[in-house]
Design a protein around this ligand. Structure first.
Ligand SMILES: Cc1ncc(COP(=O)(O)O)c(C=O)c1O
Length: 452
């Protein structure tokens, strides 16, 4: 059959791509060997070893949507730091603001006037009245979970199967094939067993949501408005209304994490679709790649929190971060929000992403593949199953690690960096139409090598 994957063919193609990768990256290999002597695993952060090649590519320089490695290879970057550089690398306005601010103080533990502009802009974009700052989206999520527990006096939180919200302890939990909760495989030394802290249900299952909330022991639902970390999974019509209605009915706070779904538009998915969360969290691209994150909340939350907060002990209460709200992050955030993540940014990037998705769809049709491509704003992802998954469990069941790896490596060897762990492509406006056409061509070649 034309569209049936031949596993032995895939295996030999993968071996060939690994050889091509080694041959094309001698300097990266040399640096990797040196790095292994001082860095655990040869990388500064564990995940950097999980790329498709057998060692990581060392970057020489990046600008816009492109970068060059130490071997002189040029790449179109469709990973963009897994959203951390969704703005494109080193956007001019952000770089200028960083240069200027770095001459005037980097961190003080005191506010600068600019932070008010940022607070007002966050209000305007994300429609919540009060904001606080953190350095990572993980921290923003951790902090709002604490606030939700403190305000409700409830022990549990609820997340969706195969969600990801950073290294938040409570969210490192999934359902096994029988639907039983289990700590996520490889959850490293959990501080507390997530089975004690968390309820997990499938996305898009309203009945399960009501059952989970009706015990009135859930402080907050922590949700991406569209799941993005196990492929793109859209909410079914009416799901968000039900989520909001049921969380209100059972006195549970709703936290919407827009760290990835900020790809939907300038106010994230919430602004585009009129969601009304109690808490809103976001990090990654807010400051053009400089560490910065924020969390916002309602007037009601603000009042309740103020009523319970003992300011004398606020520094040791579990919500903090000495460098949070530092002047450099604030300057970068202000410039990025004002000049980079603009309406024009989104209209250009989304238009390019539509072209990208059309290209992938054309090839899928031509080869009669049982694959799909899904899009959310300027993000898209191809998936090796014939219909969109409804939830994390369905999406997880369709993962094909070998095929993923092959597609990644094939692209990488031809100068295209996809986002690792899944076949995600994020488009910044610095990508050209010719870059998109080039991806379609290489994608076609990859498919043809497997099914032609
Ligand atoms: C939805 C979501 N929230 C939070 C995070 C955590 O971001 P960070 O690793 O920058 O803390 C991630 C990371 O991928 C994410 O996808």
């Amino acid at each position: 059959m034309k569209n049936t994957l031949d596993r032995s063919r895939l295996e030999s193609l993968l071996t060939r791509e690994e050889q091509v990768f080694h041959k094309g990256h001698p300097k990266s290999y040399e640096l990797y060997q040196r790095a292994r002597k001082s860095l655990h695993g040869g990388v500064p952060m564990l995940w950097m070893i999980r790329w498709a090649g057998s060692f990581p590519v060392f970057v020489k320089e990046a600008r816009g949507a492109h970068f060059t490695d130490v071997d002189g290879n040029h790449y179109i970057d469709l990973c963009l730091g897994d959203t951390g550089a969704m703005t494109g690398h080193s956007p001019n306005a952000t770089v200028k603001a960083i240069q200027e601010q770095s001459q005037k103080g980097i961190t003080l533990m005191l506010p600068y006037e600019d932070v008010i502009w940022v607070g007002e802009e966050l209000q305007r974009r994300f429609k919540l009245p009060y904001w606080q700052f953190a350095l990572t989206a993980t921290d923003a999520n951790r902090f709002v979970l604490r606030m939700a527990r403190m305000l409700t006096n409830r022990p549990k939180i609820l997340v969706f199967n195969y969600c990801y919200h950073g290294s938040v302890d409570e969210a490192l939990i999934v359902l096994d094939e029988e639907g039983t909760l289990m700590s996520r495989p490889n959850n490293m030394g959990p501080q507390i067993d997530p089975l004690l802290t968390t309820k997990v249900i499938e996305f898009n299952d309203i009945a399960a949501l009501e059952t989970a909330l009706s015990a009135r022991d859930v402080a907050a639902v922590l949700a991406e408005p569209v799941m993005t970390n196990i492929g793109i999974i859209h909410p079914e019509p009416g799901y968000h209304d039900a989520l909001r209605e049921l969380t209100r009915k059972y006195g549970t706070y709703l936290i919407i994490d827009e760290t990835h779904t900020i790809c939907s538009g300038p106010g994230g998915y919430s602004a585009s679709f009129g969601l009304q969360p109690d808490f809103f969290t976001i990090g990654k691209p807010l400051a053009g790649g400089v560490p910065a994150a924020v969390y916002g909340f309602t007037e009601e939350v603000s009042q309740q929190f103020a009523a319970r907060l003992n300011v004398d002990d606020a520094d040791v209460g579990g919500i903090g971060g000495t460098l949070a709200g530092n002047a450099l992050s604030i300057a970068a955030m202000k410039a990025t929000l004002q000049h980079v993540l603009t309406d024009e940014f989104y209209s250009k990037a989304i238009q390019l992403q539509e072209k990208f998705t059309e290209g992938v769809e054309t090839v899928i049709k031509e080869f009669e593949l049982r694959w799909i491509v899904k899009r959310l704003g300027n993000r898209s992802e191809y998936w090796f199953r014939p219909s969109p998954p409804r939830n994390g469990g369905e999406a997880y069941a369709a993962i094909d690690h070998e095929l993923d790896r092959y597609m990644h490596l094939f692209m990488l060897n031809r100068g295209i960096l996809m986002t690792p762990f899944h076949n995600m492509a994020l488009i910044s406006p610095d990508i050209s139409e010719a870059d998109v056409d080039y991806h379609t061509k290489v994608f076609r070649e990859a498919v043809s090598s497997l099914f032609g």
